[in-house]
Design a protein around this ligand. Structure first.
Ligand code: KG4
Ligand code: ZN
Length: 340
């Protein structure tokens, strides 16, 4: 089969991102503009501001990327297809990327394909030099999802476990907010955890006393809040206490995820684990899951750090895999699926 050059567009939340993936040459380039500064003063993502900023940023990012990749190749880039994040995410933000993708596809007379954001995350480790072979167990941990999935091939996914309440990333974000650490919470909590004492607080290990692969993280968030409020009462509300809470919280999340993954591996007899989504950037969680796989004589696969969180490389890649298998949007109509 001939190679396919795919432009990927990601705009589901607070990152405007574009990338070009070629099925023979690999990732040709990618750019990302983060809206963190725009939303920081509000303590979280403001959907309307996100949509407006995507409108401002995506087309200039595409122009810049096409120019750069064209210069590298000494000729204009020929895009064969466009893949965009169709959902889940913020409706207005998704519509921005979908509309731009569909308009360009119409103008360039190439197909456009809507991609599931979480399939992008799931396949992101395949952009790395030593990609996992099928089948494998995937742990998807992001701001909106915490799922354990059996992956037999591209498009062959079986959901084995899910969170019953908050996603892992959501628990990080809420813990950060309660401690007054701001948004986005994950990277700040990880940073504070570095100087935390792991023995000062003992957090619970939710759902480990029950069989099965489902998870729950809202209890940990409440435990962080209660621990912090007690510290405030005792006049102990300082950065060392914050760090100790962050460390204990992070350890509890890491251990819970590790035990659930171990169960999934045993139940399916698999020895490859793919870990992806924003929370997979967390050092303690990566270490714990890497150790699990070393103990089991298997292997853990992660995206590079910048592709753990939202990016368009994973969307271009997932789209390329599906387009290569013959999938296309049925018509020029497009829709965003906020709750896909
Ligand atoms: O995949 P992502 O960028 O967006 C979604 O699809 O949700 O994930 C964002 C989530 C946020 O909750 C963020 O706090 C969390 O990933 N996150 C982290 C770290 N970096 C980002 N959580 C823990 N440790 C990190 N280093
Ligand atoms: Zn994401």
């Amino acid at each position: 089969t001939s190679s396919l050059t795919v432009l990927g567009i990601e705009s589901s939340c607070d990152e405007s991102a574009v990338a070009i993936y070629d099925t023979s040459a690999g990732l040709l380039g990618h750019h990302l503009f983060s809206q963190i500064e725009l939303h920081q003063v509000y303590g979280g993502v403001v959907p309307e501001l996100a949509s407006r900023d995507h409108i401002r940023k995506i087309i200039p990012l595409i122009k810049q990327l096409l120019n750069e990749v064209g210069e590298q190749q000494n000729q204009a880039v020929k895009i064969d297809a466009i893949a965009y994040t169709q959902g889940p995410g913020l409706m207005g933000a998704l519509l921005t990327g979908s509309a731009i993708a569909s308009s360009l596809a119409y103008a360039w007379k190439v197909p456009a394909l809507g991609v599931h954001h979480m399939e992008g995350h799931l396949l992101a480790p395949m952009l790395e030099p030593n990609p996992p072979a099928f089948p494998f167990i995937a742990l998807l941990i992001s701001g909106g999802h915490s799922q354990i999935i059996r992956v037999d091939n591209i498009g062959q996914y079986e959901l084995l476990g899910d969170t019953l309440d908050d996603a892992a990333g959501e628990a990080f974000d809420k813990t950060a907010k309660m401690l007054g650490l701001g948004y986005p919470g994950g990277p700040i909590v990880s940073k504070f955890a570095l100087s935390g004492d792991p023995n000062r607080y003992q957090f619970p290990r939710p759902m480990l006393d029950r069989p099965g692969l489902d998870m729950s993280f809202s209890g940990l968030k409440t435990f962080s809040l209660n621990t912090w409020q007690n510290a405030v009462k005792q006049g102990d509300d300082n950065d060392q206490t914050r760090a100790d809470i962050c460390r204990a919280f992070e350890l509890a999340v890491a251990e819970t995820l590790t035990v659930k993954c171990k169960r999934a591996l045993i139940a399916t007899g698999m020895n490859r684990l793919v870990v992806s989504g924003g929370v997979s950037a967390n050092r303690a969680i990566r270490a714990s899951l890497t150790e699990l796989m070393a103990q089991r004589g298997g292997e853990a696969f992660f995206p590079r750090l910048e592709f753990c969180t939202d990016n368009a490389a994973m969307i271009a890649f997932a789209g390329a895999m599906r387009l290569q298998a013959g999938q296309q949007n049925p018509s020029l109509n497009f829709s965003a699926k906020a709750r896909w």
